[in-house]
Design a protein around this ligand. Structure first.
Ligand code: CFM
Length: 538
């Protein structure tokens, strides 16, 4: 029998003290349209209840690990105790491909100022300066980024003034991030801080003109498991020029030159919508939401880019690439559907994939019964139409909001207001994102910042055929006899983007939900119960 979402919600809440239950009730939502057709409101981007086991990471992780980390030729230095650097070293599977053997790639390195008690007491700026000089002497990078960890903010080290001094002294771009771990309620604050500094210190600093016809930036694609490589290949075959990607397989120069593009295609809305918005204001570059996860989403995204440029030849090339790829996609879809149709999935990851990956499951005939983000905001759930009504609390106010105005000489609207209206009428939404909930079925459960206890109860009540999360959840899920697919790192798999990626995903999930291995797994206590029952029966 299908579990009742309302009963399930009560089941989760009843374990909590009254005050916690009241707050949690607004973050655990049954997705039922209201009379006006809108999805219900959800509470999001708020502090985790102390004591709860959350999936979340810290602000430093969102800044250094997520947004800047994938760039291969910015030398990243963590200013802080060694653990912060060590635990953010090579943990995200963001791949990169330097053009030649002599091109810089610092991704494999872990640089830290290794703060000790002495710096905590007497200040760490001196050690930071020395670290920057030492790093410069070894690597001679184009740019150095300094990332603040919790103690930096607590003791008041000024990383920005050190950056300014060193920039002058070394003659390269040096910039700092006030991304102390505690700065926000999650890594989401780190994304915003990273966006701001990239925009302030890098974007628009390289004026080399780009002669190509169809130039775009891909925002919010981080090349996990090689996803960006698949998308790059597709765009190239279509004749679309990728000026820069923020920040999968990216370089410093491409960021600096990114204002030469004529369109920003936003993949992960949560982590990078700020850059899209700011580039629109300063340079006049419109943005559209794309989704290269899932064959249908990929085809739609390519078509929207072609529509934006409105060029017959480009449209033709896009259509021929789509049809070339779709044959194999449909073949595999047909094959896996015979074994996967009707199976259920739950997705609980960061800020975008819990939405994007539902489309891949749908293409396999599988149903998403519950989903949620670790740290996304209301607009990622309900759509950007709720933005004016999002309450700005003290935690959000803690993050700088850049005041961006049109650049005096470089602001050039790429499309006139009439053209934008026309595109919109043709189905290409400009500066829009509808969010996850409108695309989910009635009666599904949407849970923000899911707590570990809730996850375990959900597994017991729903017994989904697959649970998607990260490594912190993986083994707890598998102990419950349910396969767990990591949607952060893809385990050791991928790529899953584009058409080729979709085929990989279908095959991987088919294998995982149809293996018999889980039915052989018995916990010791279950085996004891069975023996007892057998004894009673005989
Ligand atoms: Fe965007 Fe991401 Fe995600 Fe994210 Fe992340 Fe990630 Fe993620 Mo892990 S940028 S919000 S902070 S799509 S690292 S590549 S998988 S939680 S859903």
């Amino acid at each position: 029998m299908k579990p009742n979402p309302h009963t399930t919600k009560n089941e989760l809440l009843k374990a909590y003290p009254a005050k916690t239950a009241r707050k949690r009730a607004d973050q655990i939502v049954v997705n039922e349209r209201r009379a006006d057709g809108a999805v219900p409101e959800i509470r999001a981007n708020v502090r985790t209840t102390p004591g709860a086991i959350t999936q979340r990471g810290c602000t430093y992780a969102g800044c250094k690990g997520v947004v800047i980390g994938p760039t291969r030729d910015i030398l990243s230095i963590t200013h802080g105790p060694i653990g912060c650097g060590f635990y953010s070293w090579l943990t995200r599977r963001n791949q990169t491909r330097p053009e030649g053997p002599d091109d810089a790639n610092y991704i494999t390195y872990c640089l830290s100022t290794d703060m000790q008690d002495e710096q905590i007491v007497f200040g760490g700026e001196k050690k930071l300066r020395a670290a920057i000089e030492e790093a410069y002497a070894i690597f001679h990078p184009k740019a150095i980024a300094i990332f603040s960890t919790c103690p930096v903010g607590l003791i008041g080290d000024d990383v920005h003034s050190v950056a300014r001094d060193m920039k002058e002294k070394l003659g390269i771009n040096v910039f700092g991030f006030s991304c102390e771990g505690y700065k926000g309620v999650s890594q989401s604050a780190g994304h915003h801080i990273a966006n701001n500094q990239l925009f302030k210190h890098v974007v628009g600093t390289n004026e080399t003109p780009r002669p190509e016809k169809f130039k775009i930036n891909m925002l919010g694609e981080y090349n996990i498991g090689g996803d960006a490589f698949v998308i790059e290949d597709l765009l190239e075959r279509c004749g679309i020029t990728l000026v820069s990607t923020f920040s999968g397989n990216s370089t410093y120069d491409a960021f600096a030159n990114s204002h030469m593009a004529d369109l920003n295609a936003v993949m992960c809305h949560r982590s990078i919508n700020y850059v899209a918005e700011m580039m629109e204001k300063k340079f006049g570059i419109p943005w559209i939401k794309v989704n290269f996860v899932g064959a249908e989403g990929t085809a739609k995204s390519l078509r929207h880019i072609a529509q934006y440029f409105g060029d017959a030849e480009l449209t033709e090339r896009v259509e021929s690439v789509i049809s070339e790829e779709m044959t194999a996609v449909l073949e595999t879809q047909f094959e896996v559907r015979s074994r996967c149709e009707g199976k259920t999935a739950m997705l609980f990851v960061g800020g975008s994939r819990a939405h994007h990956y539902q489309t891949l499951f749908a293409e396999m005939g599988m149903k998403t019964v519950a989903a949620g983000y670790e740290f996304a905001h209301r607009d990622d759930y309900e759509g950007r139409r709720v933005l004016p009504s999002v309450k700005v609390d003290a935690d959000s106010r803690n993050i700088e909001e850049l005041q961006v105005v049109a650049d005096e000489t470089r602001y050039m609207p790429r499309r006139g207001p009439d053209e934008l209206v026309q595109l919109q009428a043709g189905g290409v939404e400009i500066s829009g994102y509808q969010g996850m909930m409108p695309e989910m079925e009635e009666g599904t459960l949407v849970i923000d910042d899911i707590y570990h206890f809730e996850m375990e109860r959900l597994l017991e009540i729903y017994k989904p055929d697959i649970f998607c999360a990260g490594v912190k959840e993986k083994y707890a899920v598998q102990k419950a006899g349910i396969p767990c697919k990591q949607l952060h790192s893809y385990d050791y798999g991928g790529p899953y983007a584009g058409f080729r990626g979709a085929i990989n995903f279908y095959n991987e999930i088919d294998r995982m939900v149809n293996t018999k291995i889980w039915s052989y797994a018995r916990a010791p206590w279950e085996a004891e119960e069975e023996l007892e029952q057998e004894a009673i029966a005989s």
